[in-house]
Design a protein around this ligand. Structure first.
Ligand code: SAM
Ligand code: SF4
Length: 356
């Protein structure tokens, strides 16, 4: 059971979302919906998900208000909308425009599966969208259908192309490798992305799948990804410091090229399981039903939605949010240091219901 923490109204001690481990969260992810039009095996079950009811979801105005509190009171520097699938929300452009109207400078991004993005991108960019991450695990149509349980690869490819044509830069692609399904195609996917100018990032599969089939022994680790890519390309560490970014970036050159040659592009490896970056985590997350999750793996949540709907002031909402973030666990939703530690217990919510 996920614990919903009581919502004490505490004064905002500092104008930051700081925790007991010395971290400050300035990267906000708001999930807008738990529903999705794909069923990726590492995320959702084939069927049987219980959806949030409409009145449980943040309204457009509530999502904008939370983003505004984050940016104005806590100095949030990045606002990302995710889900489930954020494009399933018909009012996504309205939400983006609302945040943009209040904060002309803040980067606003979405993480999306790309389906329907080609039809929406102009409206979203006009509303103020500045960045996009499109999830695409393979360019092999059969493997895509196996992984997502839907034969919709051409729509994702159209979405990506439209994001590039709309001038978004960089267009990032997120890929999860599943052993025996798409892991053999890692270098092909990289070549495909490099040709089109997309920045690919491989994400290690985390134990947040609804089917609960994740197993450490099947994990395609970041190290294995680098080895696979190195069979086709030369990878050298990106000279730009990583900061709190989850992705370790590598410059990619053709095999045998000199390190002085201009790289073909960069590739990211997000080794969330095997190379924990929790110590540098700067995320604060709000679920589609308005709960603060201080960590992706949290088993505790703090309700902001009821507070918003009870007429609380922005300062009161901020106080509760800051209190929740104060208790952010050290790593993996607990005091565990790795996902192998006995302290680690999976959260009840799965990835699409948290907002990845
Ligand atoms: N539907 C959108 C999408 O797929 O981009 C946004 C939500 S999805 C939950 C956000 C990201 O989480 C995607 O890039 C997806 O690949 C990733 N993801 C989902 N389940 C995962 C898991 N078990 N381990 C690692 N990444 C996962
Ligand atoms: Fe949907 Fe994204 Fe989860 Fe795939 S990863 S099922 S696209 S929410």
């Amino acid at each position: 059971m996920t614990t919903v923490l009581p919502t004490p109204v505490v004064p905002v001690a500092s104008r930051e979302l700081s925790d007991r481990w010395g971290r400050v969260a300035d990267d906000l992810r708001i999930s807008l919906i738990d529903k999705c039009n794909l069923r990726c095996t590492y995320c959702m079950p084939e069927d049987g998900m219980v959806w949030l009811k409409r009145n449980q979801l943040l309204t457009a105005a509530e999502a904008v208000r939370i983003a505004d509190i984050g940016v104005r009171i806590f100095g949030v520097r990045d606002v990302r909308f995710t889900g489930g699938e954020p494009l399933v929300r018909h009012d996504l452009a309205e939400i983006i425009a609302g945040v943009r109207g209040l904060h002309p400078e803040v980067p606003i991004s979405i993480t999306t599966n790309g389906i329907g993005l080609d039809r929406r991108i102009t409206t979203l960019v006009d509303a103020g969208l500045t960045r996009v991450n499109v999830s695409l695990d393979t360019v092999d149509r059969r493997a895509f259908a196996d992984l997502t349980r839907r034969d919709r690869l051409p729509e994702v490819i159209r979405g990506l192309a439209a994001a590039k044509d709309a001038g978004l830069d960089p267009v990032k692609v997120n890929a999860v490798l599943m052993r025996g399904v798409n892991d053999q195609g890692a270098a092909d996917l990289l070549a495909w992305c490099l040709e089109r100018g997309y920045q690919l990032r491989f994400i290690e599969q985390m134990p947040l799948d609804a089917d609960r089939t994740w197993a450490r022994r099947n994990l395609v680790s970041g190290a294995e990804v680098r080895d696979r890519l190195s069979e086709r390309f030369d990878l050298t560490p990106d000279p730009v410091p990583r900061g709190s970014a989850p992705a370790a970036l590598w410059e990619v050159r053709p095999k045998g090229a000199s390190a002085r040659d201009t790289p073909l592009g960069k590739v990211g490896v997000i080794a969330s399981v095997t190379e924990s970056f929790c110590a540098a985590c700067s995320r604060t997350r709000i679920t589609a039903d308005g709960k603060v999750r201080s960590c992706l793996f949290s088993r505790e949540e703090t309700d902001l939605l009821a507070l918003l709907r009870s007429g609380a002031s922005d300062e009161q909402v901020a106080g509760v949010w800051a209190g929740a973030m104060r208790l952010k666990p050290r790593a993996y939703g607990s005091d565990a240091v790795t996902l192998n530690d006995p302290e680690y217990v999976r959260p009840d919510r799965t990835m699409s219901a948290i907002g990845g």
